[in-house]
Design a protein. Structure first.
Length: 396
């Protein structure tokens, strides 16, 4: 293998480049990125960036020294638009073709939008640095009232940041309770209570019927039950769509993500995928799963790269899913996966005080750990979780 193209210049893409070099690959690496920015960290976008506590420079994932060491060509501000699997050629917008022996797909995901919101001023999604800067500019103009559509982690963090800026905020969630499928009902209720603790309205079990506005600008959110929530700014956090459009017709199997075996290998030899875009077959789990967590995008590319360089399956993804969320001055950490019927045992602290560590038990075995503001016990309990896949086979 003499040349590798990495498509997607964010956390998974950069991690793939690092792994390629760490495993001794000294050929040509081309990184193609749709955004004009060098890789940057996304978690602060909904937190310190909105609060004005982090500047662009604070978000950089690597510096000039590492860039020189990695010796990759970065082609930024130009999305890949097609993949020819036979020649492993990636075509970029504008026509350039990058031909290589291996391709790493690390194109992440983009926010879903509310139908009818296209081009309406005052309506935002939050995925990129440009999104965060546009939203921050609007939040700082007067004292806008804000409606956040979607009460999962990103929506909750945006609501928390807007609340800390002293704004009037309402969160609208279609499900009866946000995050219940991830955390189970009891713990989801503890997280949802953070909104009320901090003076933020949370409306659950109601759909958004549409946006209202005039002169091309949003003025409110119409709910399916007829209520109208006036809003100067609406932030839509209703999930993401994996970045797979550019693979249409390439033979790379996609189904709400790039479908991969446990080694991040796609249906096309020489093409691997990692990070938010990858829908990995997790051994022992129903059929494939995309994981949209920072730690996954930081760990999985190494598995993808090892298999790409070996030309066979020498490693499998067996990381226990982990994420954190910072909202309302509380650090929430969760590892593993919860299932309906799990027994939740509080190991330390008290959920009422928003400071505790809890273990999810299934058949007497720890399957997940949740903590609020208890990083140490969380780290200890997390180590008890079984790996989510089989052991990594020895290097070939
Ligand atoms: C606001 C926000 C807050 C978050 N907070 C947390 C948190 O607190 N904790 C946590 O665990 N996780 C958090 N996450 C999730 C975490 O940031 C993601 O899991 C991680 O960024 C995924 O990395 P990735 O490289 O796989 O994908 P992405 O970061 O989505 O990067 C994909 C890159 O590929 C580019 N791309 C897409 N299509 C193309 C194409 N055709 N050609 C070229 N380039 C393309 C995109 O422009 C993008 O730059 C947060 C995410 C967001 C958006």
């Amino acid at each position: 293998m003499r040349a590798v193209t990495v498509v997607g210049a964010s956390l998974a893409g950069l991690t793939a480049v690092r792994s390629l070099r760490r495993h001794g690959f000294d050929g040509r690496i081309t990184v193609v990125g749709a955004e004009r920015h060098r890789p940057y960290d996304r978690p602060p976008l909904s937190k310190d960036v909105l609060l004005g506590k982090a500047a662009v420079a604070d978000l950089a994932l690597h510096d000039d020294e590492e860039e020189a060491e990695l010796a990759a060509e970065w082609v930024l501000g130009r999305p890949a638009v097609a993949l020819d699997p036979r020649r492993r050629s990636v075509r970029l917008a504008g026509g350039r073709e990058v031909v290589s022996d291996g391709v790493v797909v690390a194109t992440g995901a983009a926010p879903r939008r509310l139908p009818g919101s296209e081009g309406m001023a005052g309506v935002h999604t939050l995925r990129t640095l440009d999104d965060a800067e546009a939203l921050r500019a609007e939040l700082g103009r007067g004292r806008p009232s804000v409606v956040v559509v979607g009460g999962s982690f990103i929506g909750a963090e945006i609501a928390s940041s807007c609340g800390a800026l002293g704004l009037d905020v309402t969160v609208v969630e279609a499900a009866p309770l946000p995050l219940a499928p991830v955390l189970g009902g009891r713990m989801a209720r503890v997280c949802a209570a953070l909104h009320a603790d901090n003076g933020i309205r949370l409306l659950c079990g109601v759909q958004v019927a549409g946006l209202v506005g005039g002169g091309g600008r949003v003025a409110g959110v119409r709910l399916a039950d007829g209520r109208l929530l006036p809003a100067d700014v609406v932030v839509v956090g209703i999930g993401v769509l994996p970045g797979t459009e550019w693979l249409a017709g390439s033979g790379v199997r996609t189904a709400q993500g790039v479908v991969c075996d446990p080694g991040c290998r796609t249906s096309v030899p020489g093409v691997v995928a990692a990070g938010d875009v990858a829908r990995i077959q997790w051994p022992g789990r129903s059929p494939e799963r995309r994981v949209e967590h920072w730690s996954n995008a930081a760990e999985q590319p190494d598995v993808a790269v090892r298999n790409l360089l070996a030309g066979s399956a020498v490693a499998e993804s067996r990381h226990v899913p982990y994420f954190w969320s910072d909202q309302y001055g509380v650090r929430i950490q969760f590892a593993g996966s919860a299932a309906p019927g799990d027994e939740v045992r509080i190991e330390e602290g008290d959920p009422e005080e928003r400071s505790f560590a809890a273990v999810y038990l299934r058949g007497g075995e720890a399957r997940a750990v949740l903590a609020m503001n208890r990083p140490r016990p969380f780290a200890r309990l997390r180590r008890r979780l079984p790996a989510s896949g089989p052991p990594v086979p020895a290097e070939a």
